[in-house]
Design a binder for this molecule. Structure first.
Ligand SMILES: Cc1ncc(C[n+]2csc(CCOP(=O)(O)OP(=O)(O)O)c2C)c(N)n1
Length: 668
């Protein structure tokens, strides 16, 4: 029977199609979440947990959504979704240990609160930046869709988070690709202290769905039965007919943004209205009124939960604080990967740099059936540099995907594919545009393995570099943005042979790799290379020339500038080192050479300050000082943006200063 809205409850409770067992489970899960939070508030005051983001008053959303999903469907919760974690039955001592920074948690003490994921429970936690996980959900759902698995992925955000570009990008991608993502927006009135009227200028967030061509619904988020019923029904449809759906849950944040910040800015009347809509007290009354929950059962539940909390807190307290092991800290930055050499010596072909990249990528697609290639105009059009011409015909549209112009969501999508067992290669149309996808690369992909053991099996291809008169936004070589970030690998080949073999390895490697391809080399450098699949180890430099008087250390276009000069000046006796990989850096090759020659010139196309050459210089000072016969020289491009006009660009580039500085160094 359907209960009439009455003065007893602020909402309709429709329990017609829900068994009493589920009705009680919904109740118990909400109660558990509430009772844990109440305990946490006490512990917070006692200084036993650090920060706390309260979800009190919002439990129905976490619990209702989680119970409507199957246990093997991914959920990407936020900082107020304790109910997701507890409904999935994560042992409480692990949660408590996580909040106390102990090893029994999920991050070896490396991240706090809800900032973790766990494949065991199919929960992928947030990063602080809020937005990127929306695109990650796209990637998880895409993997399901490609494998024809009928699964939904649910991702949460607050209404504040919907102002981020990631929200727009992820919704748009999900809609264009018909991905079964349930976008759950918890509209709780405030983003920190900012009220909704200052956050967005439309009546309901659900109205935004229309603009993306997406089904959208408004749900009374404090009504557990409405949440459970509607989400169950909607997700059943999404599994059969994959498509994204936007849900706006109306709710309210009863406590401060985090406990220390309070709620002074919330009008009292507003607070009172919402307190009356408390999801647990109202539902408890309803269950009692319907004789589904008896007093003694409620008491038993409370006692059981209390005992579970106390017992698990003792387990967490009994655990020692983490003892730092620096080796383990460093080792966990990357996922272990044992490189296995694959050789191919027969069938030599003449290939330009661009052909080598194309063939390498094609063969990787053949080798890894779970590899998805994404980028702007990369499908039928073949990419702006024609690297992927013909790929759609060979691999189909599922695996060769044109993307909307949304670097951030696509990088995040790559992360989601990786989480759900696939590999991704993403082509930046120009390396310059990676700035629009910077956040997920440096914060999500780079840090996930260290934080909770989830690697990002993603290669970002970066057509980069100057010398083609393309001006400030199509000519940068921005490798230093990434060599600075622990967790990323950075590869920068200078020859077709290296490009093909290193690309193969970058794709084999389960860690995130930024793969730089100098576009001025694409069609100017040709080499004989093996036609078939082979790989080359990352992190190994190559010694292109051997000499006695100076070591020239360089990569990318710099290798060709140096070669050109040395070939014209055979009297100069130099080691020429092509680094090939910048992170990890082959310091051994560099040090061995300097110990022999005593002089070092580091040549980079990047601008001077803060570039890779600066770190190599510092390493030489620290490790080879007594072998040096002259100050280490860095030769780099001018510290300006890259100009367009030929004469300005030539002056800008390091090449214009290289010769003079090398001669000066030799004369020192
Ligand atoms: C990119 C970014 N900017 C700012 C913040 C600081 N911050 C953390 S949570 C938050 C408010 C989020 O509001 P909302 O998305 O509505 O979620 P709620 O906290 O209300 O649940 C802000 C401003 C952040 N974490 N990341």
């Amino acid at each position: 029977m359907i209960s009439k809205p009455s003065i007893s409850y602020p909402f309709d409770y429709d329990n017609r199609f829900i068994s009493n067992q589920i009705l009680l489970e919904l109740y118990k899960n909400m109660l558990k979440s509430r009772m844990i939070e109440e305990k946490m508030l006490i512990l917070l005051r006692q200084g036993k947990v650090s920060k706390w983001f309260s979800g009190i008053g919002q439990e129905a959303i976490s619990v209702g959504v989680t119970m409507a999903l199957a246990n093997d469907e991914y959920i990407l919760p936020m900082h107020r979704n304790l109910g997701v974690f507890t409904t999935r039955q994560i042992p409480l001592h692990r949660l408590f240990a996580q909040w106390q920074g102990k090893a029994g948690g999920f991050t070896k003490g490396r991240d706090r609160s809800f900032h973790f994921g766990t494949q065991d429970y199919k929960i992928i936690g947030m990063i602080s930046h809020l937005g990127p996980q929306l695109g990650v959900a796209d990637g998880i759902a895409l993997a399901h869709k490609i494998r024809n698995e009928k699964k939904v992925t649910a991702v949460f955000t607050g209404e504040g988070g919907t102002s981020e570009g990631d929200f727009h990008e992820a919704m748009n991608v999900a809609s264009v690709w018909s991905l079964p993502v349930l976008f759950c927006v918890e509209n709780n009135g405030y983003g920190l202290s900012t009220p909704i009227a200052e956050q967005f200028n439309c009546k309901h967030i659900a109205h935004k769905g229309k603009g993306y061509g997406m089904e959208a619904h408004i749900i009374e988020g404090n009504n557990i039965l409405e949440v459970y019923n509607r989400v169950s029904e909607i997700t059943a449809g999404m599994r059969e007919n994959p498509r994204p759906v936007l849900l706006e849950f109306k709710t309210f944040r009863i406590r401060g943004h985090e406990e220390a910040s309070g709620t002074k800015y919330v009008p009292d009347a507003l607070m009172e209205t919402w307190k009356e809509k408390d999801p647990i007290s109202n539902y408890t009354r309803f269950l009692h009124d319907e004789a589904i929950l008896l007093d003694e059962v409620e008491e038993r539940y409370r006692n059981e939960i209390q005992a579970e909390i106390d017992e698990n807190l003792q387990i967490a307290y009994a655990e020692n604080d983490i003892a730092c092991n620096e080796n383990e800290e460093l080792n966990d930055v990357y996922k272990d990967y044992a490189y296995k050499e694959v050789k191919s010596e027969d069938d030599i072909i003449e290939a330009r740099f661009v052909d080598a990249v194309s063939l390498g990528l094609r063969q990787a697609m053949e080798k890894h059936g779970n590899l998805v290639f994404m980028g702007q105009d990369i499908a039928e059009y073949g990419g702006v540099f024609k690297v992927s011409e013909g790929f759609v015909d060979q691999f189909g549209k599922d695996r060769v995907r044109n993307t909307p112009i949304c670097e951030s969501a696509i990088i995040s999508t790559g992360m989601g594919l990786s989480i759900n067992g696939m590999k991704a290669v993403i082509e930046m149309q120009f390396a310059d545009f990676v700035s629009s996808g910077f956040n997920p690369i440096v914060n999500y992909l780079a840090k996930s393995h260290y934080r909770w053991g989830q690697s990002a099996d993603v290669v970002v291809r970066m057509p980069c570099g100057a010398g083609v008169g393309a001006g400030p936004f199509h000519s940068q070589t921005n490798e230093a943005w990434f060599t600075k970030t622990p967790g990323l690998k950075v590869v920068y080949p200078a020859f077709p042979y290296d490009a093909k073999g290193l690309l193969a390895s970058a794709i084999e490697d389960p860690n995130p790799v930024l793969f730089f391809e100098h576009k001025a080399l694409y069609r100017s450098i040709t080499q004989e290379i093996p036609k078939n699949y082979y790989n080359l180890p990352l992190g190994k430099a190559s010694l292109l020339k051997q000499g006695q008087d100076v070591s020239i250390i360089t990569y990318g276009a710099g290798v060709h500038w140096a070669l050109e000069f040395l070939n014209l000046n055979e009297n100069i006796s130099a080691d020429l080192i092509d680094l090939r990989t910048l992170s990890p850096l082959d310091t051994e090759a560099i040090f061995t050479s300097i110990k022999k020659t005593g002089k070092a010139l580091i040549l980079q196309e990047d601008t001077l300050f803060g570039g890779v050459a600066s770190d190599i210089s510092a390493l030489l000072m620290e490790n080879c000082f007594e072998y040096l016969d002259a100050p280490v020289q860095r030769v780099a491009s001018l510290d300006t943006p890259i100009p367009f006009a030929k004469s300005l660009e030539s002056n800008f580039l390091a090449k214009s200063r290289f010769e003079k500085m090398l001669i000066n160094l030799l004369a020192y």
